[in-house]
Design a binder for this molecule. Structure first.
Ligand code: NAD
Ligand code: UFG
Length: 335
């Protein structure tokens, strides 16, 4: 079975390509390397012994994507390609709407021309918006507080509308919670350019001495230690969820959403302390102001994914911390 993975060189996409190749799928990556390195496919090949086919294209480039579908018999698509930084999306919203919506529309139009009727889409816990209480369940209303989040809400709607009009089509909407960690090989991980926005890459760089200290954004939230709770899951567990979603898409039509999370809320300070303890390193931190837009708690009810996808997050917070540290150490050693 041949799977087109848009954004397959990115953080979650690359780990998913590894799982796909290790489970007998043929993989084609379409990525413009806007937020990833061109050496990622080679790293995937080092881990799996199999080289994915790569198209260095913008997925919203219709003729280029048409060539991908003409040259290959694609059975299903996993659609990761998109821009994902919440703060940046508030500063340059048009770029986010243009990129995230255009890639999806061009992809669906091209799939339609080629009779490809299965898609797995990277949605986000951010679609639960600010009004729902935790744990989130898939039947809750969706909304957003920033342009990035709205692109996810809109794309989910586009996929639902498309499925309603095309009875043989299958769209699996995977709502990721907070993926962290890295591949156990140390060859793949979350490696943002510049100063990280997200907690785990920031913590890892502080521990490695590349940044002086972590600022914990607020300790006056109504949580057990005053810092925000998030549902952290290991990126390899998340990657495996995509294989379950492909199987689900092969057996069902219509659009269906699934939460991919552990169901547990872990606080910022709990994560920092786990990182220090597991890896035997210091992570200097100070308590700072709250960050605009942060919710006190975000965690999933993952029952639907457990039951219908037969998927469950298995790795622990300690595993996530250990692998994130191994990845940054490997990066440092590589220079
Ligand atoms: P990432 O930035 O590492 O990967 C996205 C990949 O898409 C990159 O390789 C980038 O170069 C590529 N890309 C972007 N626009 C493209 C375009 N027009 N054409 C071709 N390639 C393009 O991000 P990630 O963390 O791996 O996230 C993957 C998907 O999951 C994204 O859609 C993101 O919004 C979603 N998501 C991520 C998180 C998270 O915490 N990482 C949480 C929820 C949802
Ligand atoms: N945090 C800090 N200091 C930092 C970075 C983060 O204290 O330097 C805190 C945040 O305030 C938050 C927690 O760590 O409480 C997690 O923050 P992240 O930025 O790692 O993750 P978010 O939960 O804010 O955002 C993630 C994705 C978004 C997605 C959202 C959906 O990055 O793309 O989950 O819930 F929209």
């Amino acid at each position: 079975m041949t799977i087109l993975v848009t954004g397959g060189a990115g953080y979650i996409g690359s780990h998913t390509c590894v799982e796909l190749l290790q489970n007998g799928y043929d993989v084609i990556i379409a990525d413009n390397f806007d937020n990833s390195s061109p050496d990622v496919p080679e790293r995937i090949a080092r881990i799996t012994g199999k080289t994915p086919k790569v198209y260095a294209i913008d997925v919203s480039d219709g003729p280029a994507l048409e060539r991908v579908f003409t040259e290959n018999a694609i059975d299903a698509v996993i659609h990761f390609a998109g821009l994902k930084a919440v703060g940046e999306s508030c500063r340059i919203p048009l770029r986010y709407y243009r990129n995230n919506l255009d890639t999806t529309l061009t992809l669906l139009e091209t799939m339609e021309r080629h009779g490809c009727a299965r898609i797995v889409f990277s949605s986000s816990a951010t679609v639960y918006g600010p009004k729902n209480g935790c744990p989130y369940t898939e039947d809750m209303d969706t909304s957003a507080t920033n342009p990035y989040g709205w692109t996810k809400v809109m794309i989910e709607q586009i996929l639902r509308d498309y499925c309603a009009a095309n009875s043989g089509f299958s769209a699996v909407l995977l709502r990721y919670f907070n993926p962290i960690g890295a591949h156990a090989s140390g060859l793949l991980g979350d490696d943002p350019n510049g100063i990280p926005n997200n907690l785990m890459p920031y913590v890892a760089r502080v521990a490695a001495g590349q940044l002086p200290k972590l600022t914990v954004f607020g300790n006056d939230y109504p949580t057990r230690d005053g810092t925000c709770l998030r549902d952290y899951l290991h990126v390899v567990d998340l990657a495996k969820g995509h294989l379950s979603a492909l199987e689900y898409a092969a057996a069902h039509t219509g659009a269906e959403a699934f939460n991919l999370g552990t169901g547990d809320g872990v606080s910022v300070l709990e994560l920092v302390h786990a990182f220090r303890k597991v890896n035997g390193v210091e992570v200097p931190y100070v308590i700072g102001d709250r960050r605009d837009g942060d919710l006190a708690e975000v965690y999933a009810n993952p029952t639907r994914a457990n039951d219908a996808l037969h998927w469950r997050a298995e790795k622990s917070v300690d595993d996530m911390c250990r692998d994130a540290w191994h990845f940054i150490q490997t990066r440092v050693a590589e220079g």
